[in-house]
Design a protein around this ligand. Structure first.
Ligand code: NAD
Ligand code: UDP
Length: 334
């Protein structure tokens, strides 16, 4: 297929592009590079041994999108979004504009071109504070910050759009905690500034870029008191997008899927796994809870297993080992 990937220069998008190219799809990326670099796309092409088409542009700009759709597109994978929870609390309007506004413009451009298949990056954040874990797709949806609000609104808009046209198909992928990197160490997650997420922070402490990890709370009702999450290797996530595109091509309507391993790890368990993978110590301090964090969030991934035929293959050792390989290469290139 001819696939348009929005946000394809970013962390998850770049790994997915490698997998799509390897599987024989033709790929056009549109990205405004607000949180990524064109170097990632060069590396994607090196790793896949094939080239892709890149349109540097903004999904809120219809002319940029029309350029990206030139030549015919069979399906869209929509990653482009702002994703920092804390920043979304400070600048909600920027998040509404970029994420929701951009998605509306994208759907308009798709409709104008008769493109009927959409795979959308949603998030476990749409479950807010769940009543039960592991979470199933039919759990109540509620959000705790403006970033989460944009994901929930975008899901609703896509679902309503799909309901209006019988030929449309949309797959809403609710990612749990994506981590790790391509096993080559050539692409990965290298956040600008202080990392918000646990894995890149741990990797930066291990490599000596930061002194100590702050563990946000050890008084949760979990076995070691620290928060439990469902970490998922980014290469497994890339594979899920490949399956989702195939599913969208074969089925009309809108379906949501959880993407996770179904197995949770606490903050301390993840730190120990990273120490084992890297051979480095990760010094840490226990500090207070971070506002808005939940004790435990894990996926019930059985719908994706059964319907998409997708299973997470990589365990925590590979997630940590690959993140470590990428972190070392990133520092070596500085
Ligand atoms: P990322 O920031 O690395 O990638 C997003 C890409 O979109 C970047 O390259 C950025 O430059 C681009 N972009 C943003 N706004 C744009 C716009 N208006 N026009 C064109 N390009 C634009 O983030 P990521 O971690 O790869 O996340 C990809 C998607 O997955 C996002 O939608 C995010 O909300 C979602 N998600 C991520 C996580 C996670 O933990 N990383 C978890 C759940 C969901
Ligand atoms: N966490 C932590 N220190 C950090 C970053 C995160 O202790 O510097 C904890 C956080 O409280 C949560 C887990 O690590 O229990 C995963 O957090 P992350 O921000 O990576 O993902 P999310 O909150 O989106 O699940």
């Amino acid at each position: 297929m001819n696939l348009l990937v929005t946000g394809g220069a970013g962390y998850i998008g770049s790994h997915t592009c490698v997998r799509l190219l390897e599987a024989g799809h033709d790929v056009t990326v549109i990205d405004n590079l607000c949180n990524s670099s064109p170097i990632a796309l060069e590396r994607v092409q090196e790793l896949a041994g094939r080239s892709l088409r890149f349109v540097q542009g903004d999904i809120r700009n219809r002319a940029d999108l029309d350029k990206a759709f030139e030549g015919g597109i069979d399906a869209v994978i929509h990653f482009a979004a702002l994703k920092a929870v804390g920043e979304s609390g400070e600048q909600p309007l920027a998040y509404f504009d970029n994420n929701i506004g951009g998605t509306i413009t994208l759907m308009q451009a798709m409709e104008a071109r008769g493109v009927t298949r959409l795979v959308f990056s949603s998030s476990a954040t749409v479950y807010g504070q769940p009543d039960h874990v592991p979470v199933k797709e039919d759990a109540p949806l509620r959000v705790t910050n403006p970033y989460g609000r944009t994901k929930l609104v975008m899901e609703d808009l896509i679902r309503d759009w799909c309901a209006s046209r019988p030929q449309l198909s949309a797959v809403l992928l609710r990612y749990f905690n994506p981590v790790g990197a391509h096993p080559s160490g050539r692409i990965g997650e290298d956040p600008r500034g202080v990392p918000n997420n646990l894995m890149p922070y741990v990797a930066q402490v291990a490599v000596g870029r930061r002194e100590r990890l702050q563990v946000f709370g050890n008084d949760y009702p979990t076995p070691d008191g620290t928060g439990i999450r469902d970490y998922l290797h980014v290469m497994d996530l890339a594979e899920a997008h490949l399956k989702a595109v195939g599913y969208a091509a074969a089925h009309a309507g809108c379906e949501a899927f959880n993407l996770g391993t179904g197995r949770g790890y606490s903050v301390l368990e993840l730190v120990r796994a990273f120490e084992a993978a890297s051979g480095r110590a990760v010094p840490l301090d226990i500090v207070g809870r971070r506002a808005g964090d939940v004790a435990e969030l894990t996926a019930d991934p059985r719908k994706a297993n059964a319907v998409l035929g997708w299973h997470a293959e990589h365990g925590i050792a590979a997630m940590c080992g690959d993140a470590w390989r990428f972190q070392q290469q990133a520092v070596a290139e500085e």
